[in-house]
Write a protein of this length. Structure first.
Length: 196
């Protein structure tokens, strides 16, 4: 058993197989026909990538960043050289895939244009607000946080001054995303009638 759980790739594959068994065994009607299958699959992927993205956002803001000042200088390289680059890989691609799958879900649901224009029913306006907040957050990830982090982590060459200037930019954008995430999550959940 320990050998199985030591292999992350195997655990992920078995987890996906289990999810498919649950989907087809307990929610078969959601997968009848091509359109239903695509819709259900993209909703599932959207939620998965969204959890990954926001989970890493919260890890960075609630754990890694506040802890870094207390880590001895000789140990910081383990974080900046090994952990943080991997975190930022999953962080930025989870953001991208959350947005892409969300846009596909909205298009398949027939409310993409109205949601982005913030018109239609309250449900559509609410999800539109959530979509706009997520788009701002994804922009911050790809065009502010990641370019700054590449300098901070030494992935691209940067002077000490450039690294020092990049740190507050990355922090402000990351904290902005944390701030926006609460309203974004509410809009997404409430618009899908999960709260009531």
């Amino acid at each position: 058993m320990a050998k199985f759980f030591a292999n992350l790739n195997l655990v992920v594959v078995v987890g996906i197989v289990l999810a498919v068994v649950v989907m087809l065994g307990l929610d078969r009607e959601a997968f009848v026909g091509t359109a239903s299958c695509i819709k259900s699959t993209f909703v599932w992927l959207h939620v998965f990538f969204g959890i990954l993205w926001i989970g890493l956002l919260y890890y960075l803001n609630f754990v890694q960043v506040p802890t870094m000042p207390s880590i001895p200088a000789e140990q910081k390289g383990a974080i900046t050289g090994h952990i943080a680059p991997k975190v930022f890989f999953y962080f930025r691609y989870a953001a991208l895939l959350t947005v892409i799958t969300g846009l596909v879900v909205a298009k398949n649901g027939g409310f993409l244009e109205d949601a982005l224009a913030l018109k239609g029913t309250g449900h559509v306006k609410l999800i539109g607000v959530g979509m706009w907040l997520a788009l701002i957050m994804a922009f911050n990830v790809w065009f502010i946080i990641w370019p700054a982090q590449k300098k901070i982590l030494g992935i691209v060459e940067a002077t000490a001054e450039q690294k020092a200037a990049a740190a507050p930019r990355a922090l402000i954008a990351s904290r902005t995303n944390t701030l926006l995430s609460f309203a974004m999550l509410y809009a997404m959940v409430a618009s899908n009638n999960v709260l009531g």
